[in-house]
Design a protein around this ligand. Structure first.
Ligand SMILES: Nc1ncnc2c1ncn2[C@@H]1O[C@H](COP(=O)(O)OP(=O)(O)OP(=O)(O)O)[C@@H](O)[C@H]1O
Ligand SMILES: [Mg+2]
Length: 500
């Protein structure tokens, strides 16, 4: 093995019933490099890193670390060999303190009694090194997603890590937080740590990666230096064809207000007023903690409104549950799709059709044919990667689970849909499909509120953007005045001077 190679993937395959998740994959990871691992949803990225971390066993092939070949690894062995992993879903135990999570599963100090002082000291050292300040003794559940993720990084660094694997670390972070995380990743690399970095955000990868590996349908397509690669090329390698990345235009005229908020407070938001017009996509911008999701939940009846008025189709409404909002024609696609969006232990078809059951039943009889057609349509439209409609959603890749959560709400007849981070974790090809679908919904008379942390998407898809900061509305920007800097300024809580 080459001197500067730290990890070699050699002819790795992984079979699941009906799926060849990895098909004879081989490539090297070099010392002190940021190695991006990219591919569409279901390409096999998470499966590969689970094999490296010992969470699952390959069906064939081996991993070579420090010139030793391993046909299979265990989590303990992999960690001993210097491999640290931050998974796609957070793995902190929310009820434990920050310092307990940093040393989760490790013994520090005496044999029977952990040395609290030493643990605190060591944890503080790691946070200092990362240049962040997080209180050590508070419950981890009280941290923001960005802080929780730093705790995960700190855990990986609490042992002597040589290869740090990060599976979509930026997916639940907002812009400023992503920047800080990328700085941390770069400084780790400069200290000689190798980082395997999985992300669907191409700009981010162009910014930080030294080497790029592309998987497609479980196969290794290419490993090459980042130098000389551009966005177009990455997409072509991932998708296997050219892709038009422009935001599709809409021609549907915008009508009168369908939803009006007047001085709405509750669930952490204060005195919010705006209108959603028929046929409009209204973007909600803000940093994490700005109260966008909180506001969405108040509208949807999932959280209590303390004061103010919400008018829907001209009449004041006060939904007390999501069910009430849904049956009145308001749908909500949660950002937290794994916990709130899908039934993991149920099959694909069941998940997609469950919300459309009522619409497709008469006198207690279900029209099965309709439901089958519906599920088929959604699966092919979103290119859901699954061996059959009977597959449990738990067994789908992260991005494909998200597609199911989207499909579930889109199967409903609604007048308004609130999309919370509609394309988070979704690959570039399907992203385009979602934008087209939003426009189709608009053509069919639906109005959309889109909460998003992706500036490009907000600017590209919205007709108007309302900006929140710490639960308050900072301003509203019309399409003709869209400007990234203006929106970022408002989002950070600074009012614009030339306010009309
Ligand atoms: N436990 C399992 N049982 C059956 N199939 C599985 C299982 N785990 C993964 N798969 C399948 O293996 C393939 C690869 O999944 P994987 O999670 O590695 O994709 P990914 O590249 O990480 O995608 P994403 O970008 O959506 O996270 C998918 O088709 C998935 O459905
Ligand atoms: Mg994955």
């Amino acid at each position: 093995m080459n001197n500067d190679t730290i990890l070699r993937i050699s002819h790795i395959s992984k079979k699941y019933p009906g799926v060849l998740a990895l098909n004879d994959v081989s490539f090297d990871v070099k010392k002190g490099q940021i190695h991006a691992l990219m591919g569409e949803n279901g390409a096999g990225k998470s499966t590969l890193i689970k094999i490296i971390s010992g969470a699952i066993q390959p069906s064939g092939g081996s991993v070579i670390i420090n010139d030793t070949e391993y046909k299979s690894l265990t989590p303990a062995l992999s960690s001993q060999l210097g491999i640290g992993v931050i998974y796609q879903e957070f793995n902190n135990v929310p009820s434990l303190s920050v310092v307990e999570n940093v040393f989760l599963g490790k013994k520090i100090g005496g044999r029977f009694c952990p040395d609290q002082k030493l643990m605190n000291q060591k944890a503080q050292e790691i946070f200092d090194k990362l240049g962040v300040n997080i209180p050590l003794d508070i419950q981890t559940r009280r941290l923001s997603p960005a802080q929780q993720q730093i705790v995960e990084i700190a855990r990986a660094l609490s042992s002597d890590v040589k290869v740090l694997i990060m599976d979509e670390p930026s997916a639940s972070l907002a812009m400023a937080e992503v920047e800080r995380m990328l700085r941390i990743v770069k400084s780790l690399r400069d200290e000689g740590v190798s980082i395997i970095y999985i992300s669907h955000r191409i700009d981010e990868v162009l910014d930080i990666a030294d080497t790029l590996t592309i998987l497609r349908d479980g196969k290794h397509i290419e490993t090459r230096p980042m130098k000389g690669v551009d966005r177009k090329e990455i997409i072509r390698l991932m998708v296997g064809r050219e892709l038009n990345e422009t935001y599709p235009a809409r021609t549907t005229p915008i009508g009168g207000p369908i939803l009006e908020l007047e001085g709405v407070s509750g669930n952490g938001v204060h005195d919010i007023s705006f209108e959603l017009k028929k046929g409009e996509i209204l973007g909600l911008a803000g940093l994490i903690g700005a109260g966008r999701t909180e506001l969405g939940k108040v509208i949807f009846g999932e959280a209590k409104k303390d004061s103010g008025t919400i008018r829907y189709k001209g009449k004041p409404v006060d939904f007390h549950s999501a069910g009430q909002a849904l049956s009145s024609g308001i749908g909500y696609i949660s950002e937290n799709r794994k916990e709130e969006g899908v039934f993991l232990n149920f099959p694909v078809d069941w998940n997609i059709t469950i919300s459309a059951l009522k619409k497709n039943s008469r006198y207690g009889f279900v029209n099965r044919k309709n439901l089958e057609v519906l599920a088929d349509k959604m699966v092919s439209r979103f290119r859901v990667k699954t061996p059959s409609q009977l597959q449990l959603v738990r067994n789908l890749s992260g991005g494909n689970q998200q597609k199911i959560a989207l499909a579930k709400v889109l199967a409903l007849d609604t007048d308004i849909i609130i999309f919370d981070e509609p394309t988070r974790g979704i690959d570039v090809g399907v992203k385009q499909e979602i934008y087209h679908l939003m426009n189709e919904l608009i053509e069919n008379g639906v109005s959309i509120i889109m909460i998003s942390s992706e500036m490009e998407e907000l600017l590209g898809m919205s007709d108007r953007i309302v900006v929140l900061h710490e639960g308050r509305k900072m301003g509203e920007v019309m399409k003709k005045d869209f400007d990234q800097q203006k929106i970022l300024t408002l989002a950070s809580g600074i009012a614009l001077e030339d306010k009309e």
